[in-house]
Design a binder for this molecule. Structure first.
Ligand code: NAD
Length: 500
């Protein structure tokens, strides 16, 4: 691995094409969750910083219009340049996400590769045919109707800490490709790779005011973005609780809205599944990224006859996982913060109190060097029921629950017994059964005989309380576009009908 500075340079917010400190000069310290080391300082912004960023985006979209009016080839070329720079700086961006979020370095490198391809995808997609033309009723003379897409305007975007770079790029790439101006707020606890990304925007010469970065808390900066009358659209990835409050604020000026929220996703395993494959994917489903994944397969729902054998093997595999500093490429890194670790430990205690059977894990690693960070052992709870809090609520850590079923209908019922609807998977060698069950799962992202693969081409998003709208794919671009119908009378002159 290359050597990078152990502490990043302070840059501040990026507003109207300039780096600047927060208005009141406040700064926030950023710490490595594996070691507790100080790794950087960023702006701690206030409402007035958010307002300045919104004003810059508004001026760029409605007055200077440089980005909005540029042709799609020019926008695509600029986004290709951004993609190339992301790729050139792969190791640094991955390093920043690992020291900031804790995830294993190889996972962070995978995130940067996905971010690179996401920019490439939307640079290409904006050049693809879009819109449409219709043959219409010509009762008013010869009429022609066609449809075009236009950018929405000022888009505010708020993301969480679990995929600091990638969750941002899923929003920034389509919004910029569509010609919008953006105000972006990363999670205040994992902002470092985003600061570097905005450096790249600056280096490639994105017009001033097109993309603005404000770093600060959700209560101050995020809430202002959600309520501002000058924001035309708000897209948010994060918890369902905050998503609800954003939806309420957005109602004031009827902003367009996109919400990617929490999940509690079922992973259904039938006894005729490929055993080793099901184990492997179940491990990935829950322990990838320390379980801090919205789509995590956190509820294993398994056919009764296979349960004992499966749980035994899963325990063996979970206990063999290596845990450590993400830079050393263990299987699992630390949780992102003390706060998140305590939250997960509280849920583990609740699980024990509710009478679930602790199969393995369930504790914080406290011996040296783990005592410096936020490490939790991979945890499996057996004998769980749908009424338990650990089965109902999103834990967002390396904790999985096991429930059993006796037939297909029972499996579907258990899987859908949740307020969420983000993801789900089915494991079986019976193709017809797999399709029957997956069609019944009320969730937006589903897998058969695998868990978690994600593609830039495929729309991502949830049913029920997991969200509104889709990211990625063509749908992800459409979210950042208004649709306009243009109806033309090809036979100008009086109609001679309905006029008194
Ligand atoms: P969070 O909701 O606490 O915070 C997310 C972002 O919202 C942060 O930037 C935060 O500063 C901001 N925020 C907080 N309060 C706000 C407010 N009142 N107004 C506006 N913004 C506010 O979530 P988190 O703890 O950072 O992330 C974990 C959650 O994110 C989990 O629920 C997870 O499922 C969800 N998530 C969903 C997806 C998806 O694609 N559906 C992807 C990743 C994470």
């Amino acid at each position: 691995m290359q050597n990078f500075a152990t502490k990043t340079e302070f840059k501040g917010n990026y507003i109207d094409g300039r780096w600047q400190p927060a208005h009141f000069g406040d700064r926030r310290q950023v710490y490595n969750p594996a070691t507790g080391d100080l790794i950087g300082e960023v702006a701690e912004s206030s409402v007035s910083d958010a307002r300045e960023a919104i004003a810059a985006a508004k001026k760029s979209f409605y007055q200077t219009r440089e980005w909005r009016d540029s042709d799609t080839q020019a926008r695509a070329d600029m986004i290709y340049k951004i993609a190339e720079k992301v790729n050139e700086n792969r190791e640094e961006l991955a390093y920043l996400d690992t020291i900031d979020n804790g995830k294993p370095l190889r996972e962070a490198q995978g995130d940067v590769d996905d971010a690179y391809h996401c920019f490439l995808y939307y640079a290409g997609l904006i050049k693809a045919p879009s819109g449409g033309s219709y043959g219409v009723n010509d009762g008013f003379g010869k009429m022609h109707s066609y449809m075009v897409h236009e950018p929405v305007g000022v888009c505010a975007q708020i993301v969480p800490w679990n995929y600091p770079l990638l969750m941002g790029v899923w929003k920034l790439a389509p919004a910029l490709a569509a010609g919008n101006s953006v105000v972006f707020k990363p999670s205040e606890i994992t902002p470092l790779s985003t600061v570097r990304l905005f450096d790249i925007f600056d280096e490639v010469g994105l017009p001033a005011g097109t993309a603005n970065l404000v770093i600060g808390t959700g209560e101050r900066v995020g809430a202002e973005l959600a309520r501002s009358q000058d924001v035309d659209m708000i897209t948010f990835t994060g918890s369902t609780t905050v998503g609800r409050s954003i939806m309420r604020s957005a109602a004031d000026n009827v902003k367009k809205i996109g919400l990617e929220l929490g999940g509690k996703s079922p992973n259904i395993i039938f006894s005729d599944a490929d055993f080793e494959g099901a184990i492997e994917w179940a491990m990935l489903g829950i322990f990838l990224n320390q379980g801090e994944i919205c789509s995590a397969g956190s509820r294993i729902i398994i056919e009764e006859s296979l349960k004992n054998k499966f749980v035994l093997k899963l325990k063996e595999r979970a206990e063999a996982l290596t845990i450590g500093n993400g830079l050393d490429n263990p299987d699992m890194g630390p949780l992102v913060s003390r706060h998140q670790m305590r939250r997960v430990l509280e849920y583990i205690q609740i699980g024990k109190d509710e009478g679930a059977k602790l199969v393995c894990g369930g504790y914080q690693l406290t011996n040296t060097p783990y005592d410096l960070g936020n490490f939790i052992a991979p945890t499996i709870f057996d004998d769980c029921t749908s009424s338990m809090k650990i089965v109902k609520e999103e834990i967002f850590g390396p904790v999985v629950t096991i429930q059993t079923f006796r037939n297909e209908q029972e499996a579907i019922k258990l899987a859908n017994d949740t307020q969420y609807g983000l993801a789900g998977a089915v494991f079986t060698k019976d193709g017809a059964k797999a399709l029957r069950v997956i069609k019944e799962i009320r969730a937006g992202i589903t897998w058969i005989n695998c868990y978690n693969p994600t593609f830039n081409e495929a729309p991502w998003g949830g049913y029920k309380m997991s969200g509104i709208g889709r990211e990625l794919g063509e749908d992800g671009l459409l979210e950042y576009q208004e649709t306009k119908q243009i109806n033309i009378n090809l036979n100008p002159g009086p109609v001679g009908w309905y006029i008194h």
